[in-house]
Design a protein. Sequence first.
Length: 288
Amino acid sequence: MAPLSAGSVFEVSEIQNEPVPAFSSGSTKRRRHFRIWRLVVLVLAGAYFLIPLYAGIKFSLQNSAGHFSLQAYDKLPSAPGFSAALTLSLKIAVATMVVSTLLMVPTAIYVHVRLPQLRRVLDVVTVLPIVIPPIVLIVGVLGAYPLWAKSSPYLLSFMYVILAMPFVYRSLDAGLGAIDLKTLTEASRSLGGNWLKTMWRVVLPNIRPALLSATVLTLALVFGEYTMASLDLWQTIPVWIVQFSISSDGNIQVAASMLGLVGTWILLVAVVSLDRSQSRRTRRRMLG
């Protein structure tokens, strides 16, 4: 290596003594501006959802004189037709959750393991129930199905399976994408497990939060859908809320609506809390 000359030493010292130029604060200002806009959008979205919810809860907790009272919630169970509508909605919800789970879980698992090239096709197909209006589906079904099928309320459950397909498939797809499904299934098959045991003992425990989320979303859809139930002439909870005489007590209608909204929100929070508690337990077991 050649020795440095005196001139090069002076040049290096001059370069080292030069002041470092300060970085521009434009990027910092942009980040602050972007954070402010995100905060504004979050506040506006929260106000859009929370203010009507607050108004509904406040109205349901008032009596005819405008004072605080639980009278609407006390009268709700004994309201004419409420128990029958609630029982019917629960039956349809259970049937919908069972059928959608039996159809979508094996399909999503099989596509992820054996046919990953069809995931894009399923993404498009599962969006169709959102694009097609429910009134189009129910009018076509009522015109094509025989009378014995239309006389059963469980026809609605099969229609609700179609409506819930986007939410169920997206939840399961996210849950399956978060795990190494191919390695788990191959390990189970190499240990002698068939497909049924692999799905029941290996895959389902790993996608339990996604399955619970899909179940809650399906339940919320059944308790919130009005068009199909009304045209099929079945009085579910949404139909009962609309047909209930507001002249008798409008607070009861709002109380039933608020119970549905708040109940769905509590179920979603419970699913998220259960998922977090299970992940913490798993981490503690792995560390322990």
